[in-house]
Design a protein around this ligand. Sequence first.
Ligand SMILES: Cc1cc2nc3c(=O)[nH]c(=O)nc-3n(C[C@H](O)[C@H](O)[C@H](O)COP(=O)(O)O)c2cc1C
Length: 648
Amino acid sequence: MKRDYPNLCKPIKIGPYTLRNRMCSAPLGATDILADGTPGPRTLGFYEARAKGGASIVTVSELVVHPETDGSQMLRLSLSTPGQLGQFAYVADAIKRHGALASIELSHSGQYAGTYMVDKKAKAELCMYGPSDGTRPDGIPVKALTKEQIADIVAAYANAAALAKRAGFEMCMVHAGHGWLINQFLSPYFNKRTDEYGGSLENRVRFAREILTAVREECGPRFPIELRMSGSELFDGGYDLEEGCRIAAALEDLVDVIQVSAGSYQFGFSITHPSQFRAHGCNVYLAEEIKKHVSVPVATLGGLSDPDQMESIIAEGKADIVVMGRALLADPEIPNKIMANEGESVVKCLRCFVCMAERPVTQTRRCAVNPRIGREFEGHVVAPAAVKKRVLVVGGGIAGLKAAETAALRGHDVTLCEAEGALGGILRTEAALPFKEDMYNLGVTYAHLVEKAGVDVRLNTKVDAAFVDEFAPDALIVAVGSEALSLPVPIEEGARVLSIDDLYLEGAEVGEEVVVVGGGLTGCECGLLMRQKGKASHVVEMREGLAIDANIRQRPILLAELEAAGVDAVLNARALRVTAEGVVVSQDGQERLIPGDTVVCAIGQRSRAEAVDQLRDGAPFVRIIGDARRPANITTAIYEAFHAAMDI
Ligand SMILES: Cc1cc2nc3c(=O)[nH]c(=O)nc-3n(C[C@H](O)[C@H](O)[C@H](O)COP(=O)(O)O)c2cc1C
C-alpha cells in the first residue's frame, strides 16, 4: 500500500532488531506498583495498550536499580523476593505479544530520591545521595556518594539489566537525563567532585561509561541499550547543547540508540514535558544538533503528536525516531492509525497534565481524553453490542460527541442533535486562545470521528420532550452542557460587560484595560490572553489564589505565565458593582476600584437544568452526562460519555 507517512512507517535497525516503524513509546511510569516493587496487573494493562497500538518500542519505567541509596516508590527487581521475576515476565510478554520490542528503563534518582513517594514521612526521613555534598533547591541536604557506593551502583545497573533480560525484556534504557543521578554526574552544576568522577567532561562521563560498560558486559552485544539524556540542561550553570553534543559523542560507542530529551527536574518541568505554552516539538532542535555529532540512531520527543509534524522530522533528517509520551496516553493507537493512513483520526494530547496530576491525588493514572488510561485492566473494550438500539444523543459538545462515537462504534444506530450550527460546544471558544489550540482541535477531531463512525448528525436541531416522544429512542444520552453565570451585581450605565462567549465566539471588541471577574482557570486564561493582545489586565478573585481549579501540575505553569505576562491578580476581592470606570470590589473590608473600560465575566457555569429535566423520561435508558450533570471538566465529560455509551 502507499503510505501517507512513509518515513514514520519505515523500519529501522536497533542492534539485532528491526523496528516495525519509527514511533516509540516514552517511559511513562505506571502506578500499580506493589509493595515488593513488582508491577501489578494494572501496570501490565497500562503498557500493553501502547504495544497493541503499534509503537515499535514500549519502555516500561522506572526500575530503581539501587534501593539502598534511592528510596523511590518505583519498580524494583531482585531475586531475593520470590516470584518477582515472574511479574516482570508477564509485563514483557504483554508488550511482545503485540509485536513491539519490550524495553525497561533503569534509573536512579540520586538527590531526587523519593520524588514520587506518597508516604511523606518516609520521604522526609530518606537520605539523599548525589555526586557531591550540597543542598537541594528545596533545602534538603545531599550527601556525596563514596567510591564504594559508586561501584556498588554500577554493579546494580548491570544486575538489574541482567534480571530484566532474564524476565524477557529485549533491551533497556539507561536514564541519564532529566536531572536524575547519571545526569547529576554529567552536570557541572550538580557535580563538584575533585576525584576522577568530577571536573573535566571526561571525568563527568566516567560514571555513565562505567554503567553502560557494565550493562553491556552483563547482557552482551545483542541486548540493545538506549541512552536517555537531556540534550541541554537548559538552566544557568547546567550543561548546554554544545556540551550535550560532546557527552553524546563520548558515550555513543557504548549504546545502540540515543534518546534526546531536555531540561532538568526542579528547573524546567515545562521544558521536559512541554506545556501548552510551548510549541509542539520545541525540543527537536536538540536531537537535530546531537545527530550531527554521533553515528548511532537518534530519537527525539517533547510535545509530539501531530502525524505531519512527526513525518517531516524524520523526512528532514532531524531525528531517526520519534518518541511520544503523553500523546500515547491520549491515543495509544497513534502508530496504528498512522500506518493505516488515518492521521486525521488521531486524538491529540491536550498537554493539560491530568496524567501527572492524578497520581499524587488518587495514586492512579488518568487521561483527560482517554477514559481507559490506568483502567485498561477493567476490560472496557469497545465491542459490538448484542442488540442494536436506536440511540439519540442530545448535544454536540465533547460529551455528546464522545458518547455518539462510542455508541456508533458499538454498532448502534446513533443520531446526534445539536442546537447550534456547529459541533464542539464549549470547545469552540478555545479557538480564540492560541495556547488552547489543542483543546479546540479536540472538537474538530471528534466531529471527524462521529462522521467516520456513521453518526447521523443534525445541526440547528433543538430537542425538547415532544421531539423525543416522536423520535422514540431506545436510549437517550443528554449532553446539553452548561451556560455561563452572569454577574450577580449591579451594572451601572456606561459599563461594558462581556461574557466569555461574547469575547471568544462573537469577537466582541475590548478596550485598553480589561477587568476579568472570576479567577478560576477560565478567568486566568482570559486575563493572560488580554495581556497577549497588549491590554492592561486585572483578574479579580474572591478566594486567596488564582486558578484553584487547575490541577497541581498545570497550576504552577499557568501562574508563572500570568506573572511573566504582568497580569494583575486582585485576590480576596468580591465584586460589588460595575461602573463605567471599572469594577468596585470589597477587599480587606475596604472598597476599591479596579480600573477598566471592559469587564469580562468568568464566574462559572451552571447546568442547563430545565433542558435536562424535560428529557428525563424520554427513553427506557436515559443518561445525563458532562456539564449537563454538573459543570466539571473535559476529563469528567469524556469519562461519563464513554461509559454511558458502553452501558447501552
Ligand atoms: C504520566 C507520565 C509519567 C512519566 N514517567 C516517566 C518515567 O517513569 N521515566 C521517565 O524517564 N520519564 C517519564 N515521563 C516523561 C516522559 O517519558 C517524557 O519524557 C515527557 O512526558 C515528554 O514527552 P511528551 O511530551 O511526549 O509527553 C513521564 C511523563 C508522564 C506524562
